[in-house]
Design a protein around this ligand. Structure first.
Ligand code: SF4
Length: 306
């Protein structure tokens, strides 16, 4: 497994409680990285030697602003390229957004500290597809020479929205019915027979170029599927020992998608699901007691406070 990107879930907390969120972000969530934890992750990424990009995301990383800024600075000093994913709640005016973003500004003739800020803006986050906060943040980023893109998740059944592999790309992506979406949005979806979900449409489970690491140390190949914990096993060791065809969850997913999970472990299921992630999410919930170290943590299965 050759990782080129590490996405730090700086915190599971968020100021919003979006229906489509697949990490169940909310103000009541727990789990936030300390500087010590960030440094440990950066050191392990450096030792691995293949990581180019470090993203700071969440939850909402701007909730822990000084820690995020310091983490970005230290990552860049170590030679990584840095990016942030945010909902831009802080873009209350252009002048204010300039203050929030100024630590990342481009120096004259140089490049900005962060090479990407991806802003989530859609009808889950705000009442308008592109909110005033996002417009303010975009203007401020432009003035500061910071590349900014807007990512949005389509409403259920929006025609033309495409599935996206890896980090959500700029533009509109299809909703994935996992996490809170599997509970809140399925009633608006057209359901399909379960047997057709024979592959994972979103993640490269054999050769993931990027993974998420959370405040508890879990390395997620897809949110809620852990390959190991870097507080117990080094990132180098996790990458070296990852065997897609030996892992209890990725193996059946690679063989036959979420249907493979149901068949391999003889799981109960309904006749119809909204998408592959919906079936996968339910199957994994049914397997948590059997694979507690892999299907973790509680936060991603919505077993915290909300
Ligand atoms: S099918 Fe499962 S592993 Fe693939 S993206 Fe959806 S939830 Fe993740």
């Amino acid at each position: 497994m050759k990782l080129t990107g590490l996405h730090l879930l700086l915190t599971y907390q968020c100021n919003f409680v979006c229906d489509h969120c697949f990490v169940w972000g909310s103000p009541w969530q727990s789990g936030t990285m300390t500087l010590k934890v960030i440094r440990d992750i950066l050191r392990q990424a450096e030792e691995l030697g293949t990581v180019d990009w470090i993203y700071f995301e969440g939850g909402e990383p701007f909730l822990y602003y000084p820690i995020m800024v310091k983490g970005v600075r230290e990552a860049v000093q170590m030679g990584f390229r840095a990016g942030i994913v945010s909902n831009a709640y802080w873009g209350t005016s252009v002048e204010d957004a300039l203050e929030w973003l100024s630590p990342f500004a481009a120096t004259p003739g140089g490049r900005s500290l962060i090479e990407d800020i991806s802003i989530s803006s859609d009808l889950y986050h705000y009442s308008d597809q592109t909110s005033q906060q996002v417009r303010n943040a975009s203007q401020a980023a432009e003035q500061l020479g910071i590349p900014l893109g807007v990512i949005s998740v389509a409403q259920p059944e929006t025609a033309g929205a495409e599935p996206a592999v890896g980090k959500l790309p700029i533009g509109e992506s299809k909703i994935m019915y996992r996490g809170r979406a599997a509970e809140k949005l399925v009633s608006q979806a057209t359901l399909e027979p379960w047997r057709q979900f024979t592959e994972c449409p979103y993640e490269d489970l054999r050769e993931p170029g990027r993974v998420h690491v959370d405040p508890l140390g879990n390395i997620h190949i897809c949110q809620g599927i852990s390959l190991g914990n870097i507080f117990q096993t080094s990132l180098i060791e996790i990458c070296k020992s990852y065997e897609p065809d030996g892992h209890p969850i990725t193996r059946p997913l690679l063989e036959n998608g979420p249907v493979g999970l149901v068949q391999r472990y003889d799981l109960p299921h309904k006749e119809n699901y909204a998408d592959a992630c919906h079936l996968c999410d339910e199957a994994r919930r049914n397997l948590r007691a059997r694979f507690p170290d892999v299907l973790t943590p509680d936060q991603i299965y919505g077993l915290n406070l909300d």
